[in-house]
Design a protein around this ligand. Structure first.
Ligand code: ATP
Length: 303
């Protein structure tokens, strides 16, 4: 009898596998569906970067159409300026970054770079123009050199070396016996949070994008390392359009303009000094962070 059941059992397994396969297919189609939503328009041209100004024009967005996250958001990041986005958790700060990269399309409204709606240009050209220094930089289990050169296909050794200087990690690499050929990650050298961050900055420098998005680049670091890296980031940001998504206000107090977002709406906008005078949400957040410690940092940053 067992002999008889074994094939049936097998059949059951095959059936389950197929069914699982179908579920996976359905999931895949759902993903493809989402992907189709952000497909290139037929015959889309490449994004033509002139000065790299960014505009959000009345952008409405929700991951789920039933739940709107951004409610008609409009703001401008003038070419070459440093703009910060702050606000309580869940306000929609990171969502703005995802829309800029076109991982999703707005439900209505437009996002423009140098006057071009990002939906009308190729995604390859759009993403080539954008650089991100994320919160947690992911490094490949490969050499430091590979991790930096990954920033742009065809990057030369001279460009990689220049990037290590720009990211202030050249001295550190120079002291390693194998230099840029040192393996990192599980297979090799364990880098500290700050060193990893600098490798990521060097990678972005190799990419050399006209628009930079900083996603609280320094959150995991101690104050000293954070201040050092902030200095490096400021140098990297010079002459580029920069959008910083920040939790710690001390890191963005010197931005050209600060956008204060609350529940997907822009509630305040101005320089640090203007926003303090306004005595609204920003001033309240600033006072709260100052009382939570790091007051010296805040004072230093405000100067
Ligand atoms: P934080 O400061 O906590 O990082 P944030 O201001 O960056 O928050 P977002 O990450 O933009 O906020 O999230 C805004 C809202 O969108 C939140 O309510 C969140 O739950 C929701 N959200 C974020 N990502 C997704 C997703 N992939 N699918 C569905 N909802 C999401």
């Amino acid at each position: 009898l067992t002999q008889l059941f074994r094939p049936l059992d097998m059949l059951g397994m095959v059936y389950r596998t197929i069914r699982q396969g179908l579920t996976d297919m359905a999931e895949m189609f759902r993903l493809i569906d989402t992907h189709v939503e952000v497909a290139d328009a037929p015959g889309a041209p490449a994004l033509a970067i002139r000065q790299a100004g960014v505009v959000f024009d009345n952008v409405v967005f929700g991951y789920d159409p039933e739940r709107t996250i951004l409610h008609g958001l409009s703001f401008e990041v003038p070419a070459g300026s440093r703009v910060a986005i702050v606000g309580p958790s869940g306000a929609g700060k990171s969502t703005i970054g995802r829309l800029l990269f076109r991982f999703y399309d707005p439900l209505s409204g437009r996002i423009l770079i140098d006057g071009q709606d990002i939906r009308t240009v190729t995604q390859t050209s759009l993403r080539a123009a954008l650089g991100i220094v994320p919160q947690d930089s992911v490094l490949f289990n490969d050499t430091i050199g590979y991790n930096i050169a990954y920033g742009r296909e065809g990057a030369t050794m001279a460009e990689v070396e220049a990037a290590t200087r720009g990211a202030a990690i050249a001295d550190f690499i120079g002291r390693l016996p194998q230099g840029l050929d040192t393996e990192v990650g599980e297979r090799g050298l364990k880098l500290s949070g700050g060193e990893k961050q600098r490798v990521a900055i060097a990678r972005t420098l190799v990419k050399n994008p006209p628009i930079l998005l900083f996603d609280e680049a320094t959150s995991a670091l101690d104050t000293r390392t954070e201040q050092d890296i902030l200095g490096t980031l400021r140098a990297v940001a010079a002459n580029r359009t920069t959008i910083s998504i920040a939790h710690r206000l001390s890191t963005i107090a010197d931005s050209d303009s600060i956008l204060v977002l609350e529940q997907g709406r822009l509630v305040e906008q101005g320089s640090h000094a203007e926003l303090l005078r306004r005595d609204g949400l920003y001033a309240e957040m600033w006072a709260r962070q100052a009382s939570e410690g790091g007051e010296e940092d805040l004072v230093e940053a405000a100067q």
